[in-house]
Design a protein around this ligand. Structure first.
Ligand SMILES: NC(=O)c1ccc[n+]([C@@H]2O[C@H](COP(=O)([O-])OP(=O)(O)OC[C@H]3O[C@@H](n4cnc5c(N)ncnc54)[C@H](OP(=O)(O)O)[C@@H]3O)[C@@H](O)[C@H]2O)c1
Length: 253
């Protein structure tokens, strides 16, 4: 049974991956994972491929056992894995609660790593892994410090794993969006600690469509938008101390 597994499928970028993979891949099932089961069930009415809705809180340690059991029970051929589940909390490190900070590490890093580890034995030549990072991965970001650090992990992990898996013909790519109009900000923005400049928003459709094209081209990192591409380039040549100074000036800190 050929399948795709997509986390964070109940909204935003993950949900868009479900829609576009439905149109571009010949699969028997798409396994969709998130906490809100009713949102996952809704996908059944708009997606042609059979949907298996798996309602899981990926920060809960039992979620790993449940996914492992499902995989060993069905022994699928996983053609595509998308790790899109993730969240950010913007604000001063000391002002955000510890559970909120730890939650980002548990979801954005630990869950993503565990799922990749569990799924890899079920992948073969030609399989692809999309790890959703962020443009914040490319510099240390004061006042978004833990979130940005989790995304730096995602990019580093994806690039090295992509190299490791070359011999097996499995590709891994980090998808690094700038601001994208999703429910992300309902959770991220808690107070006025961080001024978010909403001048340039992209859509999940744009980000995912380019990611699928970039994967076909064999890219390691997919970045949508001229200004985000410029930012990523600048972060390769600009001292990060200076970049942080500019960011803090913008934040009036
Ligand atoms: N939006 C942006 O500007 C932006 C920019 C750069 C990177 N990103 C990254 O893109 C990814 C997708 O975010 P988005 O913008 O699409 O935001 P979103 O609409 O809020 O989607 C987040 C997804 O993660 C799932 N999720 C959250 N906590 C979970 C948990 N504990 N267990 C299982 N699933 C969980 C949510 O589902 P449930 O709530 O149903 O569990 C939802 O499906 C994230 O990794 C985010 O960091 C977003």
């Amino acid at each position: 049974m050929k399948i795709a597994i997509i986390t964070g499928a109940s909204s935003g970028i993950g949900r868009e991956f479900v829609k576009q993979i439905d149109c571009t891949e010949k699969l028997d099932e798409i396994w969709v994972i998130a906490r809100r089961g009713e949102r996952l069930e809704e996908l059944k009415s708009i997606i042609k491929t059979r949907i298996r809705a798996i309602s899981l809180d990926l920060t809960d340690e039992h979620s790993d056992e449940e996914l492992s059991y499902l995989l060993s029970d069905t022994s699928p051929d996983v053609r595509v894995l998308v790790n899109a589940a993730g969240y950010g909390k913007f604000g001063e490190f000391e002002n955000l609660s510890l559970p909120e900070q730890e939650g980002m590490v548990r979801l954005n890093i630990q869950a993503l790593t565990k799922i990749t580890y569990r799924v890899l034995p079920y992948m073969s030549n030609g399989a692809r892994i999309y790890q959703v990072g962020s443009m914040s991965a490319f510099m240390p970001v004061p006042f978004i410090s833990v979130y940005a650090a989790t995304k730096a992990y995602v990019v580093s992990f994806s690039r090295s794993l992509n190299r490791e898996l070359r011999g097996r013909g499995i590709r891994v790519m980090a998808v690094c969006p700038g601001w994208v109009r999703t429910e992300f900000f309902d959770r991220a923005v808690v107070n006025d600690d961080v001024v978010v400049y909403y001048n340039k928003f992209y859509t999940p459709e744009q980000v995912v469509s380019l990611a699928i094209k970039d994967m076909k081209k064999g890219k390691q990192v997919s970045v949508y938008g001229a200004s985000v591409k410029l930012f990523v380039f600048l972060m390769k040549i600009m001292p990060h101390k200076f970049a942080m100074w500019v960011w803090c000036k913008q934040q009036k800190k």
